[in-house]
Design a binder for this molecule. Structure first.
Ligand code: PXP
Length: 238
């Protein structure tokens, strides 16, 4: 059984639209786990546009909820994350103007920075992942960085599938990268833009052990409810 992490940033976005307290991402974290998710993902962005410090602290303190905290390489965010102590960390690129995380990290450019950051999390016994593009070279660099996991950015695959473009080349890239990572002892995750169809395509890649999915799950739940949607994804990942 592959693991499903549900990204609940979108619940905080909805709450913030009114500047009030509802819907509460803390309740969302508890509820998605009750519905069968294996973990929750939250992104504490530098501009705090959705999840805020209070949410992150509270959600990470919930017993029985495994939390994957996405962080940029910003020094204050890293210090904050070390204090909050989530179960898992995923280091992601961040650009203030982007609507969402548009691609994987530039590992070559940020090698020295990451070489200093990763051991801090490892020392704190926090499982650490890098959000990367599906590239053989980036898998090799991830190995040099001695990271526990990589999360492969599936945005390009998802866009190609949604636009009915040829997606085989990108799917093969993800497949080859996953296989190499697995051979090198790096755990493989996938995330970004996933829906039922793309998750089903990727579920054939046995090396992918965890899926982190947000926007589609929350959107689809408006029509069918979180229990049903999470159950459908879990069925695909069997
Ligand atoms: N994984 C990572 C590392 C992400 O940055 C995101 C988007 O915030 C997701 C998964 C979830 O993406 P989506 O909301 O498109 O499913």
């Amino acid at each position: 059984m592959k693991r499903l992490g549900v990204n609940i940033d979108h619940v905080a976005t909805l709450r913030n639209a009114r500047g009030e307290k509802h819907p509460d991402p803390i309740n969302a974290a508890l509820y998605v786990i009750k519905c069968g998710a294996n973990s929750v993902t939250i992104h504490l962005r530098e501009d705090r546009r959705h999840i805020n410090d209070h949410d992150a602290k509270k959600i990470c303190s919930l017993k029985k909820v495994l939390v994957n905290l996405e962080v940029s390489m910003n020094q204050n965010i890293i210090l904050n994350a070390l204090k909050i102590k989530p179960s898992y960390i995923c280091i992601v690129p961040e650009n203030r103007k982007e609507i969402t995380t548009e691609g994987g990290l530039n590992l070559k450019k940020n090698f020295n920075k990451l070489k200093k950051i990763i051991p801090k999390f490892k020392k704190a016994k926090i499982r650490t992942s890098l959000f990367i593009n599906p590239s053989i070279n980036d898998i090799k660099i991830s190995k040099l960085l001695d990271v526990d996991c990589v999360e492969i950015h599936t945005g390009k695959l998802s866009n190609n599938v949604k636009l009915k473009n040829n997606y085989i080349k990108e799917l093969n890239r993800i497949k080859k990268s996953s296989k190499l990572a697995n051979t090198l002892g790096i755990e493989v995750h996938a995330g970004h833009g996933l829906d039922y169809k793309t998750t089903q395509l990727l579920s054939k890649i046995s090396e992918i052990e965890e899926y982190n999915i947000g926007h589609y799950i929350i959107g689809e739940s408006i029509f069918h409810g979180l229990p049903k949607v999470i159950k459908n994804f879990k069925r695909l990942l069997k």
